[in-house]
Design a protein around this ligand. Sequence first.
Ligand code: DQA
Length: 146
Amino acid sequence: MKKILVIHGPNLNLLGTREKDIYGQITLAEINQQLQKKARTQEVELEIFQSNHEGEIVDIIQKAKNNQVGAILINPAGYTHTSVAIRDAILAVGIPTVEVHLSNIHSREDFRHTSLIAPVAKGQVSGFGANSYYLGLDAALSLLAS
Ligand code: DQA
């Protein structure tokens, strides 16, 4: 079965309680449930991972190569704007990657306008709340198929 690795970065475990005016009421568990539901209809396996630690995210990306992962869906959260290491890991494995954000990072503080991940991703979905993940999954599914 084809496989997509879903990575949620730091503080996304707090969705539902964290800055609800920006990120909404939805919890990470609810987002994951919707993603699983959609993937099942496409007969695609999802491996879902959340970490607050940059090195752990690098590790799971490195392992994805030997884990038969065909595409990566990632919300790098705060690491979007700082992590050369996550960017390098994506480049190193060469697995097509879709970057997603709940909020529109381009309409927020200046420091959020730059994504170190975007130039090595196939594309970015930003600003549609939980729908960013579902649209991102659609993009990842089409990358898997191509
Ligand atoms: C985020 C946007 C980031 O700037 C922020 O640090 C996050 C969440 C989003 O999904 O909107 O933690 O990635």
